[in-house]
Design a protein around this ligand. Structure first.
Ligand SMILES: [Zn+2]
Length: 162
């Protein structure tokens, strides 16, 4: 009889190899010291693996997880509520800032127009009284300039014609 394969030994160790095949394999292990030792090794390994596979959860595991999830959910809901409550406030703040800026701009425009009106109102009589002398002065200035120009041009004209 041939020795058992690793698959057969593992099946024997974890109890998945049953029936006639399992019976004959077990009988072989009782007679064969090599396969018996390997089966003992696999059995010990399977026992350790199954112990690892099912770690005992702490008694309050579920309660702790549920409490943590609930706290997280509450936190999220609160944050959402805070955001929702902050949105109108932010919108109102933006409207207030824009409105304030606009009104400041309009006030400045009105102030500017009023200042211009005031300046024009104050200056218009002055301009009215000053206008005639200004026009006369401008005329006199132009006359002087034209006279100077004609005086400087005349000799050169004379030189070119003679
Ligand atoms: Zn064997």
């Amino acid at each position: 009889m041939t020795h058992l394969t690793d698959t057969q030994l593992q099946g024997l160790a974890d109890g998945t190899l049953r029936g006639p095949e399992g019976m004959s394999a077990r009988e072989h292990c009782e007679d064969c010291s090599g396969c018996g030792a390997e089966l003992a090794l696999y059995a010990a390994l399977a026992g350790k693996l199954s112990a690892l596979r099912d770690p005992a959860p702490p008694a309050d595991f579920t309660a702790t997880v549920l409490a943590a999830a609930e706290a997280r959910e509450t936190q999220l809901v609160q944050r959402r509520h805070t955001l929702l409550a902050a949105l109108p406030a932010a919108a109102m703040a933006i409207v207030a800032i824009v409105g304030w800026a606009l009104s400041a701009q309009v006030n400045r425009l009105i102030d500017g127009v009023m200042w211009m009106r005031l300046v024009v109102g104050v200056l218009s009589p002055v301009v009215e009284t000053v206008r005639v002398p200004l026009v006369l002065g401008a005329l006199a200035f132009v006359t002087v300039v034209l006279a100077a120009l004609s005086r400087t041009l005349r000799p050169s004209h004379r030189v070119t014609t003679s």
